[in-house]
Design a protein around this ligand. Structure first.
Ligand code: 6PG
Length: 227
């Protein structure tokens, strides 16, 4: 497991979302003061959606925010299961972030082409200010799945045969996701406990390959936590 991880164990997904929201806003204020921009990577999943609904109400300088996605599902742009559609409806369409600052993964083009197009986007964004990630019950994060092999130096990977539907996806690499000032994991639900146990006991898992220089913050509910 990553050294220096900070585990924040909470009762409910609502409390997790609020705590993460507060850290994101603080991080944004700091980044905007320091370099006049806040580069945020969004995650898919159910807990992040709660965070996005809170962000939609925030009072901040939206003109300085830049949005990226940790992963995307290869589906039509308007498909209900697209991470970008969820983030747009919960958050992005409700705030004044300039359209040119929103870097959606063109996953509708298919894994190969979309990953190729997203690599230069990631290259010009690095280092990120804040990365949000979820974790699946098999220890996957973003669309980095156990047993999948990728070129380590790629900034974005084409993903086939995902065990979580849909099978075709695009993911920012572990190396690029780790190139961030701050990183937050949002983990809820009893079905995650086994993966948390494995992660904490040092197993090789995609989630364990995320290793920024600074400590990571893991917001987790009691049901998912394993001491
Ligand atoms: C996606 C993801 C994936 C997700 C986890 C946790 O498929 O959209 O990016 O990595 O974050 O599977 O999802 P939940 O929070 O919904 O359990």
């Amino acid at each position: 497991m990553q050294h220096n991880s900070r585990w924040h164990i909470m009762e409910t997904a609502g409390q997790i979302a609020l705590a993460a929201y507060q850290q994101i806003i603080e991080s944004a204020e700091q980044a905007i003061t320091e370099h006049s921009a806040f580069k945020l990577v969004l995650a898919g999943g159910s807990t992040p959606e709660k965070v996005y609904r809170l962000l939609a109400q925030a009072d901040t300088d939206w003109s300085k925010w830049f949005i990226y996605y940790g992963d995307e599902r290869c589906l039509p742009v308007d498909h209900a299961d697209r991470n970008s559609l969820m983030a747009t409806q919960a958050f992005l369409e409700k705030v004044a972030i300039p359209d040119a600052h929103i870097f959606t993964i063109p996953a509708e083009l298919g894994p190969e082409q979309a990953a190729k197009k997203y690599q230069p986007v990631v290259a010009s964004a690095l280092p990120f200010d804040m990365v949000l990630l979820g974790m699946g019950e098999d220890g996957h994060t973003a669309s980095l799945f156990p047993g999948h092999q990728h070129q380590e130096d790629e900034l974005a990977h084409a993903v086939y045969n995902s065990p979580k539907p849909p099978p075709e996806r695009v993911s920012i690499s572990a190396k690029a996701l780790s190139n961030t000032q701050q990183l937050i994991f949002l983990i809820t639900g009893a079905n995650k406990q086994e993966a948390v146990k494995n992660w904490r006991s040092g197993q090789v898992l995609p989630v364990a390959a995320i290793a920024p220089k600074s400590p990571i913050d893991i917001y987790i509910d009691k049901a998912a936590y394993y001491p």
